[in-house]
Design a protein around this ligand. Structure first.
Ligand SMILES: [Ca+2]
Length: 111
């Protein structure tokens, strides 16, 4: 009896899991297409600033002028600031520069 029940339940569960996975993939497909951010009209490429291209971006008002700038941390522990010369609704990032802290390049030790 248990084997007969398992022959019915297992295929039903497999179909249910397959449908749930398909719906999850459909929802993921609803995301907007990625947008390449520009700085001074050129695509932002951390690989050009850092010898390692791994990047951790964050948005925040770094310079205190009321709009969100782009701050990117890289793998060696440096930070690159892309000042927003526009507004939050229509960003215009300037070319990336090293973030300074106390007059020196900000850096987080990486072990
Ligand atoms: Ca700002």
């Amino acid at each position: 009896m248990v084997r007969r029940l398992a022959r019915i339940v297992v295929p039903v569960l497999a179909v249910a899991c397959s449908l749930a996975q398909s719906r999850a993939q459909e929802r993921a497909a609803d995301l907007a297409a990625p947008v390449r951010l520009l700085a001074d009209g050129e695509p932002i490429d951390i690989g050009r600033l850092s010898k390692f291209a791994h990047a951790g971006p964050a948005f925040g008002d770094v310079d205190g002028d009321g709009d969100r700038d782009l701050l990117v941390g890289d793998f060696p522990g440096n930070f690159w600031l892309f000042e927003n010369a526009g507004r939050d609704a229509s960003v215009a990032y300037r070319r990336g520069t090293a973030l300074l802290a106390g007059g020196a390049k900000a850096k987080v030790p990486v072990y």
